[in-house]
Design a protein. Structure first.
Length: 123
């Protein structure tokens, strides 16, 4: 996954979201060891201190944990991951519905549109 960062928002917040998405999507599986701060900072092209700030936020939220000499690991709390996945899905849906309403679609039309696209196999 490419590190697409923009200058409109704090870089650490974008890193936090990207790593969070990698965890939720299973790219970093439950209980797996994460690459080091320096490795990820080099991959993303950012200062290691900025990556460390994102890691600190992830640890505070419970998504990752640190083992002193072994590194950082993805949580094994499946309930936490499921809750976060549902929260993000709801945010995406709210954004989608607002956007469709701005285009002039009514609720019934949006649902009909979704059903048709789903049945057509759009992923």
């Amino acid at each position: 996954m490419a590190w697409k960062l923009d200058s409109d928002r704090p870089i650490y917040a974008q890193l936090l979201e990207l790593i969070q998405m990698r965890i939720i999507s299973g790219q970093y599986p439950i209980g797996s060891r994460l690459p080091s701060v320096r490795e990820l900072a080099a991959e993303a092209g950012v200062n290691p201190n900025t990556m460390q700030k994102a890691f600190s936020e992830l640890e505070r939220s419970g998504l990752i944990r640190t083992q002193r000499t072994a590194g950082r690991f993805v949580t094994q709390d499946e309930a936490l991951l499921d809750s976060l996945r549902q929260t993000l899905a709801k945010e995406y849906l709210k954004h989608f519905f607002r956007s469709m309403q701005q285009l002039g679609y009514r609720k019934e039309e949006i649902l009909s549109f979704l059903k048709a696209e789903y049945e057509e196999g759009i992923t």
